[in-house]
Design a protein around this ligand. Structure first.
Ligand code: SF4
Length: 473
């Protein structure tokens, strides 16, 4: 999450529920008085990977990228290894890396980077404006392996680490001084630590047992690197969490004066460690999460943070990560690694996706054995309608909202004309900030609070159907 939340020590064995179809994201009822579940789907990317399918004919990357602008690309390297599987996590990752698996994974990453860089060509300028290492847990890699990861980004792909923002996810146990030193020396501008809760009983309840002292020590090591941006991830809605314990976790995080804080609602998803234990459709749980969200938001706003999205808060006056002129709505992204996605204007692609451990292991093994990375295997074509939806979604879910002039310049139409029913439904519920119109289409405080209902309401019928048809595995 922050991308992604992150792990630590040995959790109890998680139950292995039977495969189940993913519930279809709900459409927002047109009756504004009808109840809406506030926590339907965290839309951090659209379309979701469960709407990807095998791509017929496996298109060549060279063709996919031929006509794409390449002067402000983002680079994302995915490390699918964690020490433990957190109970709430459905990200593509496995526990541990037996034998020489990390070496074989980095070997494959290097081969993939070479193939992708070759496919980008040199006919037009290729420039990376931002980079990130995510997972999984990138700091699961040892110091020498992290050096190699940086070399792949810098020398194989040409991303000028040290002059562009570089964000790295870490967990308390793996954020060791030697690994952090490598990342700082290679130009990391942001370290994101998945803490989730400073209360040990809550961490255990989320199937992420950790000692408070270890978390504090990791935060101290990160601060000692001088990396300008520290992000801390916290989760609300954990069994046993109370307003007082939530406040205590918030204050424990604030004691480190993090430049960024991400507050995530707890989700329970199929095939994850919590899925056999916690009721998903419980209105009382929805109410608890909404109340804790509002408490957390108000507390951070009082402490001088500004809200960037439902989840993200940024400390006023915090150091910037550095120049970042990558625009996620429009610029391309190169993802390397078997859980990473790549985005062009007309195609999103990745490798196969799974949550269950045997399938994740098989996909990683297949990736490490791959010699030919010159084609795209799984993905989804993005037509003009989906491009509009994605632009609207990714803008509207940010606190600053959508600049209507930019939308008009890109698509030649008005968002209100393209999405009349959804936008009318948001307005009827009081979720839009009417004062921002006509220059901006922006969610108000209650709209932001309901971001995880707003996002799914903008999914196309086709994406919705494909997500529902995806068999979770
Ligand atoms: S299992 Fe790994 S990727 Fe998932 S939340 Fe935990 S640390 Fe992050």
């Amino acid at each position: 999450m922050t991308t992604a939340p992150l792990p630590i020590p040995t959790p109890p064995a998680a139950p292995t529920p039977a495969a189940a179809p993913r519930p279809a994201p709900a459409v927002l009822p047109s009756d504004p008085t009808a109840a809406v579940r506030p926590y339907q789907d965290y839309v951090y990317a659209y379309p979701h990977k469960t709407a990807y399918r095998p791509l017929p004919g496996r298109p060549a990357l060279r063709e996919i990228w031929r006509a794409e602008p390449k002067d402000a690309l983002a680079l994302y390297l995915h490390i699918p290894f964690c020490e433990v599987r957190c109970g709430f996590c459905n990200l593509f990752t496995r526990v541990g890396a037996p034998g020489d698996l990390t070496t074989r994974y980095l070997d494959a990453l290097d081969r993939q980077a070479a193939a992708v860089r070759d496919a980008l060509g040199d006919e037009q300028p290729v420039r990376f404006a931002a980079a990130a290492f995510g997972g999984g847990t990138p700091t699961f890699l040892e110091a020498a392996e992290l050096e190699r990861l940086c070399d792949i980004a810098e020398h194989r792909m040409g991303a000028p680490l040290g002059t562009v923002p570089l964000s790295v996810e870490a967990s308390p146990a793996t954020a060791t001084a030697d690994r952090l030193a490598v990342l700082a020396a290679r130009g990391a501008t942001r370290i994101s630590l998945g803490v989730q809760s400073f209360a040990e009983d809550e961490a255990r309840a989320a199937v992420r047992p950790q000692r408070r002292a270890d978390v504090e020590a990791a935060l101290g090591r990160i601060r000692a690197t001088g990396v300008p941006v520290l992000n801390i991830d916290l989760i609300y809605g954990i069994d046993g969490q109370t307003p007082a314990s939530w406040r205590a976790s918030l204050d424990a995080a604030l004691a480190w004066e993090p430049e960024e804080l991400y507050l995530y609602p707890l989700y329970v998803r199929p095939l994850t460690g919590l899925s056999g234990r916690t009721a998903v459709d419980d209105p009382a749980w929805d109410a608890q999460r909404l109340a804790l969200y509002r408490q957390g938001r108000d507390h951070l706003l009082e402490r001088g943070y500004t809200q960037t999205s439902m989840r993200m808060f940024r400390r006023a006056g915090a150091a910037a990560q550095g120049p970042d002129d990558h625009a996620c709505q429009t610029d391309g992204m190169i993802g390397l690694g078997c859980g990473a996605r790549s985005y062009t204007a007309g195609l999103h692609y990745s490798f196969d996706y799974a949550v269950g451990m045997p399938q994740v292991r098989a996909i990683i093994d297949d990736y490490t054995a791959t010699r030919d990375f010159s084609t795209a295997r799984h993905g989804r074509r993005i037509d003009a309608d989906e491009a509009r939806r994605r632009h609207l979604l990714q803008s509207l879910l940010q606190a600053e909202g959508l600049a209507t002039a930019e939308y008009r310049a890109r698509f030649g139409t008005e968002p209100q004309a393209d999405f009349p029913a959804a936008l009318a439904a948001f307005a009827a519920r009081g979720w839009l900030d009417e004062a921002a119109a006509p220059d901006r289409l922006r969610l108000g405080p209650e709209g932001l609070a309901h971001s995880d209902a707003v996002g799914p309401a903008l999914f196309s019928a086709k994406v919705r159907a494909d997500m529902a048809a995806y068999e979770t595995r």
